[in-house]
Design a protein around this ligand. Structure first.
Ligand SMILES: [Zn+2]
Length: 288
């Protein structure tokens, strides 16, 4: 598959309903990046429930994203919905300018805040260890996505499971980057790694397809193929996560188009959400 930007996987759960119809979102110009993210959020039942049941603070104005999202979700459950309220609330000035879907995923969750955003939040520690005396220092913070660098060439296959494993590998820093150790009273050889302390209910992986090319002095997209496992569980990821949503970016860095392939939590079928259009698709379409 050529096009994924990032993806989300979720722990198992299984409500059922057969007759479901999903609605699209109007594209205001080049707002497909936003539409893809909004559909993923809408199709995440825990997020939707938390958002709908959460009473916004009294002093938050009519334009607050929380209220705009509530309105949007209500509309989206009945018909094709419009996103003018959302773009206004997010401060999108030019709706004809393509933006980054992950950036807007982060912006939306930040603006909405807890409790709705909690479903995507986990806690991760970055650990540094002095290789001389073994002293460890630890910094823990909240995360809403894990950024995976793509370390394969344009026409090769990137395996998401291996990539995630690599993310948690321990690595030794170059001598220039060694850290100062209090015990040893000098800069010493340093080993670093990350550990998850609290698992999010929904795990979001961000595959870094865009990178700055210092030779050509411009951003370039890595178009490699992806091997996306239908579920994830390994030595560093303890709960079992099932894949249910993938946001795709098609085309080059400066333009292109986003859509989202999402498995319905209601009937377990896969759908492609492409702005106005929502069509049933197959799980195999994820690996094209
Ligand atoms: Zn030390």
């Amino acid at each position: 598959m050529k096009t994924q930007g990032y993806l989300q996987v979720e722990k198992r759960e299984s409500p059922k309903r057969n007759e479901v119809q999903y609605n699209g979102l109007k594209n205001q110009g080049a707002t497909c990046y936003l539409n893809a993210v909004l559909q993923c959020l809408f199709m995440t039942p825990k997020f939707r429930e938390a958002l709908v049941s959460y009473e916004a603070p009294r002093d938050c104005g009519e334009e607050h994203l929380l209220l705009q999202l509530k309105k949007l979700f209500e509309q989206l459950s009945q018909k094709t919905a419009t996103t003018e309220g959302i773009t206004k609330s997010l401060g999108v000035r030019n709706v004809f300018e393509q933006q980054d879907a992950v950036e807007y995923y982060r912006k939306i969750l930040k603006a909405v805040g807890t409790p709705p955003s909690e479903v995507f939040e986990g806690k991760m520690s970055n650990i540094a260890k002095c290789c001389n005396c073994g002293k460890k220092t630890k910094e823990t913070s909240t995360f809403i996505s894990i950024l995976l660098s793509i370390d394969v060439g344009n026409h090769e296959m990137y395996d998401v499971e291996n990539g995630l494993q690599t993310f948690f590998n321990h690595s030794k820093l170059e001598e220039d980057d060694w850290m100062y150790c209090d015990n040893c009273d000098q800069k010493t050889e340093t080993e670093t790694w990350s550990e998850i302390n609290e698992y999010p209910s929904v795990l979001t992986l961000h595959l870094k397809r865009f990178d700055f090319d210092y030779i050509q002095m411009r951003f370039k997209k890595n178009d490699c193929y992806l091997n996306v496992p239908p579920s994830l569980q390994n030595r560093d990821i303890k709960p079992k996560y099932d894949l249910y949503a993938v946001i795709n970016h098609k085309g080059g860095y400066t333009g292109g188009h986003y859509d989202a392939i999402i498995r319905s939590y209601e009937n377990k079928l896969w759908y492609c959400f492409d702005d106005y259009t929502v069509k049933q698709t197959s799980e195999e379409s994820l690996n094209k």
